[in-house]
Design a protein around this ligand. Structure first.
Ligand code: SAM
Ligand code: SF4
Length: 333
């Protein structure tokens, strides 16, 4: 660690070194748990941060100690010019880890370019292994495109390749074992994510939520879960392996066992808000001051101010009225 680098530390003594950037609120899919079928009102072009603005914020944040960046959306690959942006981001020397979260539909042809710019870690969201169900969940017949992208990422050498499955009651909980079995002979990290109650209102019912405890119990019918030591790039997933498996399993429990005590992240939304907690609307607008001409020093002060707003943790599992109003597609997951 470079001790000369200023540190972002919040009032609960958590060091913040991770920035998630949502580059767009738009998406080519309409996952039932994330976006209403008719889509959401789109932000107009002027409301969205330009790539130059995002890079400026990122560089200032990096100067304060951010060294891990994830690019997400909406669907990041749906924004024009994304590869050039990622290339510029990759050239920021102090960022030790750049990764991408994508639905995988438009990534296959761009994997080589991502590889060439030094990106090695990729998260692909896939909630079912059935083509028909994929279409039902996303409104798009693109299962094989995503599967092909996963295979191609493996051929090119991306590692880890994380497959994110949001486990949702009445939608895909019957596929937990199929996803777990995938890791027996594929080198992927399958991550089971608890559904968070911030999806479209008509979709949100208590029965949608399946806890990590239940998911783990289901997986354990295949054999004991062997813990895997986490590394410095690990997020909140608890990692395990099945006996003899090539791949790994991850369990992410934002609701039942939230990891707020170890939270190290900030989220920059496509319209320039710096959100301090996924499950809270607390945020600081950076776009207006940037467009009014603030200096980098003042921008740095705003980022420090945002960090000091970070709450100790969310209370959503205790009080459903605290569910934030923002949409996952604009916050970026
Ligand atoms: N479009 C990209 C994708 O799907 O990977 C990136 C953005 S998406 C909002 C990021 C992640 O959030 C995805 O893995 C998605 O499955 C997850 N997600 C969306 N809504 C969710 C919810 N209500 N609960 C838990 N995860 C959710
Ligand atoms: Fe789009 Fe990702 Fe939301 Fe699905 S989860 S609608 S792919 S932003």
């Amino acid at each position: 660690m470079d001790f000369d680098t200023p540190q972002l530390v919040d009032t609960f003594d958590r060091r913040i070194n991770y920035l998630r950037i949502s580059v767009t609120d738009r998406c080519n899919l309409r996952c039932i748990y994330c976006m209403p079928r008719k889509g959401l009102p789109k932000l107009n072009h002027a409301e969205i941060l330009t790539y130059e603005e995002i890079l400026r914020i990122t560089k200032v944040a990096v100067g304060l100690g951010i060294n891990k960046v994830r690019v997400t959306g909406g669907e990041p690959l749906a924004r024009k010019g994304i590869l050039t942006f990622l290339e510029e981001l990759s050239s920021v020397r102090e960022i030790e880890d750049i990764s991408l979260t994508t639905n995988g539909v438009m990534v296959a042809d761009r994997l080589q370019a991502l590889w060439d710019m030094g990106i090695r870690r990729i998260n692909i969201s896939l909630d079912t292994l059935s083509r028909k169900r994929y279409q039902e969940i996303t409104s798009t017949d693109a299962f094989y495109k995503v599967w092909h992208a996963i295979e191609k990422a493996h051929e090119l050498g991306f590692s880890p390749i994380k497959i994110n499955m949001v486990v949702i009651g009445g939608v895909n909980e019957d596929e937990i074992l199929d996803f777990a079995r995938l890791t027996l002979n594929h080198p992927y990290q399958v991550r089971f994510i608890e559904y968070m109650p911030i999806g479209p209102i008509d979709f949100n019912t208590p029965s949608r939520f399946i806890s990590t405890k239940i998911i783990k119990q289901t997986v354990e019918s295949l054999g004991p879960l062997i813990p895997v030591k986490s590394d410095c790039f690990d997020g909140p997933a608890q990692r395990y392996k099945l006996e003899g498996a090539t791949g790994e399993l991850g369990f992410i429990s934002p609701i039942s066992d939230h990891f707020c005590g170890k939270c190290n992240r900030l989220r920059l939304t496509a319209d320039g808000k710096l959100r301090v907690c996924l499950l809270s609307d607390l945020a600081l607008d950076l776009k207006t001051p940037i467009r009014s001409g603030i200096s980098d020093r003042e921008l740095a002060q705003l980022i420090v101010k945002a960090v000091l707003l970070k709450p100790s943790g969310h209370q959503v599992e205790r009080d459903a009225s605290l569910i934030p109003s923002g949409q996952m597609s604009s916050i970026g997951g």
